[in-house]
Design a protein around this ligand. Structure first.
Ligand SMILES: Nc1ncnc2c1ncn2[C@@H]1O[C@H](COP(=O)(O)OP(=O)(O)OP(=O)(O)O)[C@@H](O)[C@H]1O
Ligand SMILES: [Mg+2]
Length: 465
């Protein structure tokens, strides 16, 4: 189908069978030149819409100033640093175009298959900053190009079901709601789809009538930040709606997006809805995807990342797209400030140190408590915890921490499991959470930024950066 063909155009080569790769522990920072990079999994930038990749400008201005007016780049103020980086690396913005989405081919393929062939609703979940909104944006882009009607909505904590769906239906183009409007005019519906929020109260059955009445086209409705909804009543009503629409074979697919470790954290789950849902837990990227992200960003920004600079980003990003974007952004900014479009290892290091400085206010207290006194074994354990091998969702075991401890430390840690347990308690900074599992518990950082912070602080304290 057309949706699938579009997908293949944007994600041509990422059907690999090899396991997800990961850089090894940061023991020392290597500087030897890397082998030639693999071919880019992206389309050439020329495929991008005009104007999205501004050329690097020539001269740096004196003193701080805005580089673009709200209407675009100011010719008189062409700052050679910021406008270019703005497009190349986006640490504060979700990806909005398939050309910039690294990896995710498998997950997009699964999502498209679920929408096209299974007529299922989708739930996309994962850790904060994992790339959920970026993924949903690209799915929406591909769907819109394939002729789907699309609606994107971000939840607010205080939303009632009525508020939530008044806002969502208010974003649906009127041609989809024509039949519901006719039925309302004929007195068959209690809710007027064109006057929602004023005099209608929407429950699951009213929304079923409105959306279930769509007779032409197909509609994709993305609800982002669903984790902000705490009310079980809203969740229950929403699940009822999903079930109703599935039973009707409606022309509407919901894509629910939110921060969660498990599906049940996000949605009140009834057995009856499970077969109508496809869940996609977004994994970390693999190292090759991070390399591709760097190449694409550099290409867009008109920069060259030297192999040892890219290698350092891969080592420290630890498969996180967000931290890769952040490191590249700061490294590139440093390089360009120094008048270079060739980004070197030292530029990335300077960027790393800036990130540490800026994050101190947020994370230093927890970090200090985790570190306790000046105990070398605890410091080694922290360093090992921040860089040990994780599974695809960022969880690890005491065994994998102990492996890294043995590689970086001569002291060793007598009981890594007990030491990790301490890090889950307030006196240990509460930086980890523990998930009971067999044969041994799994751990993860309560916030991915904390892992990154611990890694940078420890690498810096050991003179590795
Ligand atoms: N596949 C990707 N390729 C390149 N960059 C990505 C990718 N996924 C995410 N990013 C980048 O990572 C950062 C976080 O992405 P995004 O906002 O989509 O994550 P999120 O999971 O929605 O975050 P949150 O949990 O805060 O809502 C952004 O800077 C985005 O540009
Ligand atoms: Mg998001």
């Amino acid at each position: 189908m057309f949706f699938s063909r579009l997908f293949k155009r944007f994600f041509p080569v990422d059907r690999r069978s090899s396991p997800r790769g990961e850089a090894g522990p940061v023991r020392s920072v290597r500087t030897e030149a890397a082998v030639a990079p693999p071919p880019s999994p992206f389309l050439p930038l020329s495929a991008l819409h005009d104007g999205m990749a501004p050329p690097p400008a020539a001269t740096a201005p004196a003193g701080p100033r805005f580089s673009r007016s709200v209407h675009g780049l100011l010719p008189a103020q062409q700052d050679r640093v910021r406008p270019v980086l703005h497009e190349g690396f986006t640490p504060t913005q979700p990806i909005r175009h398939a050309l910039f989405l690294a990896g995710r081919a498998r997950e997009l393929e699964r999502a498209i298959e679920a929408i096209e062939y299974q007529n299922a609703h989708l739930v996309i979940f994962g850790e904060r900053g994992r790339g959920k909104t970026s993924f949903a944006n690209v799915l929406v882009q591909l769907a819109a190009s394939a002729g789907y009607g699309v609606v994107q909505h971000a939840c607010h904590a205080e939303a009632s079901f009525d508020h939530l769906f008044s806002a969502i239906i208010g974003k649906v183009r009127s041609r989809y709601l024509r039949r519901a409007a006719e039925r309302f005019a004929a007195g068959d519906l209690t809710a007027d789809p064109s006057g929602l929020g004023q005099h209608s109260r929407l429950g699951a059955s009213e929304v079923t009538e409105i959306l279930g009445g769509i007779t032409t086209g197909r509609l994709l409705i993305v609800i982002d930040e669903f984790d902000r909804i705490r009310s079980e009543t809203i969740k229950n009503e929403f699940v009822e709606l999903l079930k109703n629409l599935s039973d009707l074979g409606a022309r509407v697919t919901f894509v629910v997006v939110g921060v969660a470790q498990t599906l049940t954290e996000l949605l009140a789950l009834h057995l009856s809805i499970q077969r109508n849902l496809v869940t996609i837990h977004l994994p970390l990227l693999d190292d090759r995807d991070i390399e591709a992200l760097i190449r694409r960003g550099a290409e867009t920004a008109g920069l060259e990342f030297l192999p040892e600079a890219s290698e350092l980003v891969v080592q420290f990003a630890k498969r996180s797209p967000h931290f890769a974007q952040l490191l590249c952004h700061h490294g590139a900014r440093t390089g360009m400030r120094r008048g270079s479009t060739r980004i070197e290892r030292r530029h990335i290091i300077e960027g790393l140190l800036t990130i540490v400085e800026e994050a101190k206010f947020v994370h230093d207290d927890a970090y200090r408590r985790a570190l306790g006194g000046d105990d070398v074994a605890t410091a080694d354990l922290l360093f090992a915890t921040a860089q040990c091998r994780t599974d695809d969702v960022g969880q690890f075991t005491a065994t994998s921490v102990a492996e890294v401890c043995r590689a970086i430390s001569t002291n060793g840690t007598a009981d890594p499991a007990a030491a990790l347990h301490r890090l889950t308690l307030p006196e240990g900074g509460g930086i980890l959470k523990c998930l009971p599992d067999i044969p041994e518990p799994r751990y993860s950082f309560i916030d991915p930024t904390l892992r990154f912070y611990v890694l940078l602080r420890q690498a810096s304290a050991r003179g590795l950066i």
